[in-house]
Write a protein that binds this ligand. Structure first.
Ligand code: ZN
Length: 226
């Protein structure tokens, strides 16, 4: 009935064969992507989109980082607020309230991890809070060079591993020092880069290849378009 109703009143029958067209797209072809794009509400991109939506992201990491950036993880301060927990004391330092800002940046445990990783990214971030860090990262990692890809991976894997360590301490009573978490981040980043076959060679990655101990065969030259 809807299809019938959509036929204009002044349309005259012709001898040509009827054809079904998907009007929202110019080529008239239906796809799930075009349907989703047509029905979803279009909003401006969030300032941190580049931090988590990038080519070589790790899906399970991206989910945690997406929640962390929106401050939607079940941190202890939120669980106390909901009456689920009695104490909001950070399990990483046992000194301050665990909220997103403290857990991922202000906590001395996390600080040591960020400091070690900064030296491996050739960057230096001044003292700032969690959301400032997210915004700064977005500025530092614009573009798709191999260096920015490594930065994005390090940023997201560091958040993921701090959250994992916090969960292990709460739910499994195991405890790893900062040095182990740094190694986990480095290992995760290296494994991801070694697992892709289109990590691009460009003039930014020589230093990163050396520091991250990647084999010279990893970067692939971008094809020359004649
Ligand atoms: Zn802490």
């Amino acid at each position: 009935m809807e299809a019938q109703d959509s036929i204009p009143d002044d349309m005259q029958p012709t001898n040509r064969e009827d054809k079904v067209c998907w009007l929202p797209y110019r080529d008239g072809k239906f796809s799930i992507h075009s349907a989703w794009d047509n029905w979803r509400s279009h909003r401006p991109k969030v300032p941190w989109c580049q931090s988590i939506w990038f080519k070589f992201h790790i899906p399970r990491v991206r989910t945690i980082v997406w929640m962390a950036i929106q401050e939607r993880l079940s941190t202890l301060n939120r669980l106390v607020m909901f009456g689920i927990k009695d104490s909001s004391l950070c399990v990483l330092c046992s000194a301050q309230v665990e909220d997103h800002n403290h857990l991922f940046f202000a906590c001395p445990f996390s600080c040591q991890i960020w400091n070690a990783l900064q030296s491996k990214l050739n960057v230096s971030w001044p003292s700032m809070d969690w959301m400032e860090l997210v915004e700064r990262m977005n500025v530092n990692i614009s573009g798709n060079s191999s260096a920015t890809t490594i930065m994005k991976l390090v940023f997201t894997c560091a958040i993921y591993n701090v959250w994992q360590e916090r969960n292990l301490r709460i739910f499994q009573s195991t405890k790893s020092p900062e040095t182990v978490i740094i190694k986990k981040v480095e290992s995760m980043v290296r494994c991801r880069i070694l697992s892709v076959n289109n990590f691009k060679e460009d003039n930014t990655n020589g230093w990163f290849i050396r520091v991250w101990k990647l084999p010279p065969s990893v970067p692939k030259k971008a094809p020359i378009n004649n």
